[in-house]
Design a protein around this ligand. Structure first.
Ligand code: SAH
Ligand code: TMP
Length: 393
């Protein structure tokens, strides 16, 4: 395959097989044939860029049915409040203008004044919630075409921000050129995304699904943005979404970079995050992880115990479909999201139940698919005598 950015060849190295849309929860009476694609991963050594070899069209994923709401996690609400506070203090003035890409239900932008902020959010389901919350949200994809269509002011925004969305955008060239158009002369780009280094460390291969077209590392971001005249000046590891990295970039060739950034780059080198060797090591560990999980499940079933899941995450779609764990193995998955409850999980068709029913259920073994929200969930469900497990270690 050809890299989406430099258009030269990439090495394909890992195939997860047939996959549905990770957030494509189905009504129980669904009639339309379910969509599947081949989930396969490749690496571009020149840009140190980990990417899917193909991806479903963004319109297939981000539409009026999109069921992921940022505000479904109290910790994430707190995280974005703290992030906004930190950004205001460090990078903004009183009347600075902020543009967010993938603003979802407005959780981040709620921390800014409406007249100084704007969000681009293509999924109508979440956009409508943002509107209700009086957030300035445009129901559009952030791209050059829509910038023109909406008559967005050029060089106007002092901050372009995104969380868990840059890796969703197939056309990175258009993305960066569009940012270049809207960002003010001394503006800052800040974004945070699931981090390749954390995925390698945890073998959290469930981070790989249709929406995550790229899994970025510091080296990849540094190289990609240099092509467009931006400098990565700092990066910060985050605990959110099971291990993310925040990137901070400025225009031009900035010589002053943080000490932390230099340290993080050295860590990436040490753990082979940016070499094809690292990819092959990961592949091997993913295969071992699958075998170990299936053995664990077989053992539970042999004791005549029933299993349920907790948190119908997009990540769970990869685990369930890759390991072929269906509704005969997992009875149901409990979740808080209104748009998911009463539906079936993508591909494996496991029923999604209201988490309120979990308290009175008798499951002893619970697969915690929302392992990145472990603390928040276990605090809520602490009174139950349960053996929580995941595919991680
Ligand atoms: N930023 C939020 C939401 C992440 S989910 C958070 O971190 O919780 C990704 C969001 O980005 C979705 O709401 C999706 O609809 C939106 N999105 C996807 N592609 C986009 C694009 N090209 N432009 C703007 N938003 C996009
Ligand atoms: P995420 O891992 O992509 O953030 O998705 C989290 C999913 O887990 C989402 O469907 C909501 C669900 N969830 C719960 O069911 N209970 C909880 O306490 C939390 C935090 C999330």
């Amino acid at each position: 395959m050809k890299c989406r950015i430099d258009k030269k060849s990439c090495k394909v190295f890992l195939n997860f097989g047939k996959m549905p849309i990770a957030n494509g929860f189905l009504r129980k009476d669904f009639k339309k044939k379910e969509y599947f694609f081949n989930l396969e991963v490749a690496f571009n050594e020149r840009l140190s860029l980990f990417q899917l070899s193909r991806n479903p069209s963004p319109q297939k994923m981000f539409n009026k049915h999109y069921p992921f709401y940022t505000s479904s996690s109290k910790n994430m609400i707190k995280h974005f409040k703290n992030t906004a506070k930190w950004i205001k203090k460090k990078y903004l003035k009183k009347k600075s203008n902020v543009l967010e890409i993938g603003s979802n239900d407005g959780t981040f932008l709620k921390n800014f004044k409406k007249e100084f902020s704007l969000g681009f959010e293509p999924s109508k389901s979440v956009h409508l919630i943002a509107k209700k919350r009086k957030v300035n949200s445009f129901n559009f994809f952030f791209n050059k075409k829509n910038l023109k269509l909406l008559n967005i002011k050029h060089k106007f925004y002092d901050l372009v921000y995104g969380a868990n969305v840059f890796c969703h955008i197939p056309n990175q060239v258009d993305l960066i050129k569009t940012i270049d158009k809207v960002l003010s002369k001394n503006g800052t780009i800040i974004f945070e995304e699931p981090y390749l280094g954390s995925m390698y460390k945890k073998i959290s291969y469930d981070q790989i699904y249709d929406e995550h077209i790229y899994m970025f590392s510091i080296a990849s971001i540094e190289k990609i943005y240099k092509l467009f005249g931006f400098t990565l000046i700092d990066a910060a590891p985050l605990k959110t979404h099971g291990g993310s990295m925040r990137y901070i970039l400025k225009r031009g060739n900035v010589l002053k970079k943080s000490k932390r950034l230099k340290n993080l780059i050295n860590i990436e080198k040490k753990y082979k995050v940016n070499s094809f060797k690292g990819c092959l090591m990961f592949k091997r560990k993913v295969e071992l992880s699958k075998n170990k999980l299936l053995k664990k499940i077989k053992h539970i079933i042999s004791k005549k115990e029933r299993i349920c899941g907790y948190g119908a995450t997009s990540k769970s779609t990869t685990i369930l479909n890759y390991c072929n764990i269906d509704n005969k193995i997992i009875d149901c998955i409990f979740d808080t999201t209104k748009d998911k409850i009463g539906k079936l999980s993508p591909g494996m068709h496991i029923p999604i139940e209201d988490y309120k029913k979990f308290k009175n259920s008798t499951y002893k073994y619970v697969f915690l698919f929302a392992w990145n929200h472990r603390k928040e969930i276990l605090k809520k469900e602490k009174n139950k005598n349960i053996k929580w497990f995941t595919h991680l270690n």
